[in-house]
Ligand binder design. Structure first.
Ligand SMILES: C[S@@+](CC[C@H](N)C(=O)[O-])C[C@H]1O[C@@H](n2cnc3c(N)ncnc32)[C@H](O)[C@@H]1O
Length: 364
């Protein structure tokens, strides 16, 4: 498989990629006001959340051109809180330290930015900044601001998946719960799109078999398509045959809820359509990139969103987690990363993972 690592600004490099050339996009962009990635031109340090949202819309509009018509975007975003004062500069947070809710916490906080980097990001004002329309301590709602803006720009917003962090960073707050999740949006370019639900089906709960046995078979609660009618995904044949959706399972029961049918569907009932809450443990990454997501996130997104032999794009490649996982799953990948140090880190990490098989095509 080939992992291409392009080092530069994704707003420039995306334009070099052909129309409809990737099957699926899996990415975690810089969240607004959370972290300094140490390079001029980085996204995330805009002076207002609205400017950041606009940047996101423009980046993902170009991604949409590059995505096949039946492709999907899996977008991981976290949130933060408005503060009553800014830190050294830039967007405010609930506390004076702009810690927010990064993937792993740790890492350089914005206030640790060096003077030269501050100059690079001079567009971020140093004076007190309030988020328009938000009061101090208000949750910014970053993920949903982007989701609604992308929806308005033409994307289909199909699912909100919660990455439930089993080992969240502690927070020193006493007037709200500790935040222990981030959001992964599933968006599509068209109403019908490739989605292999079977590849990421989860084990059915132990109660399922007992409940079905007691009821003499599955009981339908609605018509044939319990999904979203014409917006249903083009289910990958393997997933549909072996696993099926919840609605299909119920409707099979309505057609023929006999003992032999129940026996025949037993294997099918061992799994169920994946749920929208994914409990995952954050994986520590020792090198100097502090915002990597756990490999299980791109693993699920790629299995469901990209056929074997297809191509996955990550326009905010970071330390290369999406590329690493794509290669393990026999998919090609294109990563774009602005910071050349991170791009090199990604190259070493991916080649170290599969030195005999992966061809890393640097286009730095
Ligand atoms: C949240 S991190 C991505 C981490 C990645 N998912 C991983 O697991 O390693 C966001 C990345 O976007 C990069 N970045 C920021 N602005 C960028 C831009 N304009 N073009 C490309 N990459 C950018 C940052 O340097 C950072 O590495």
């Amino acid at each position: 498989m080939t992992v291409s690592i392009l080092s530069g600004d994704c707003r420039d490099l995306l334009r070099t990629l052909p129309d409809e050339s990737v099957h699926c996009i899996v990415t975690s962009p810089p969240y607004w006001g959370l972290r300094d990635y140490g390079v001029a031109g980085q996204i995330g340090l805009e002076s207002t959340v609205d400017i950041w949202v606009n940047e996101m819309v423009e980046v993902f509009r170009e991604c949409r051109r590059v995505l096949r018509d039946d492709g999907t975007l899996w977008l991981n975003l976290g949130d933060s809180y408005a503060g009553n004062r800014s830190a050294a500069w830039g967007p405010p947070s609930e506390s004076s330290t702009l810690v927010g809710n990064g993937h792993l916490g740790g890492g350089p906080k914005l206030k640790s930015m060096t003077d030269s980097r501050r100059r690079d990001n001079a567009k971020c004002p140093r004076s007190d900044v309030r988020v328009a329309g938000l009061k101090p301590k208000d949750m910014v709602g970053q993920p949903w601001r982007v989701a609604f803006a992308l929806q308005a720009d033409g994307w289909w917003l199909r699912s909100e998946i919660i990455w439930f962090k089993l080992n969240p960073m502690p927070e020193s707050v006493i007037d709200r719960p500790t935040r222990s999740h981030e959001t992964i949006f599933l968006l599509s370019k068209s109403a019908r799109y490739y989605f292999d639900g079977g590849a990421i089906a989860e084990p059915a709960s132990p109660n399922t078999h007992a409940r079905y046995a007691q009821n003499g078979g599955p009981v339908p609660t609605s018509g044939w398509a319990d999904g979203d009618g014409p917006h249903d995904a083009v289910a990958h044949s393997r997933g549909r045959r072996k696993h099926g959706t919840d609605a299909e399972a119920r409707n099979r029961g309505r057609i023929k809820a006999t003992a032999s049918f129940a026996a025949g569907t037993r294997e099918m009932l061992e799994t169920r359509n994946t749920r929208t809450v994914w409990p995952l443990v954050a994986e520590p990454f020792r090198e100097a990139h502090f915002a990597t997501f756990p490999t299980e996130i791109p693993r699920r997104c790629i299995l469901a969103g990209c056929p074997e032999g297809g191509t996955v794009l990550d326009p905010f490649g970071g330390a290369g987690t999406t590329g690493l996982v794509a290669d393990r799953l026999q998919r090609d990948a294109i990563l774009i990363e602005l910071n050349p140090v991170y791009a090199e880190m990604a190259r070493c990490r991916i080649q170290g993972d599969a030195p005999l098989f992966v061809e890393v095509a640097d286009a730095v």
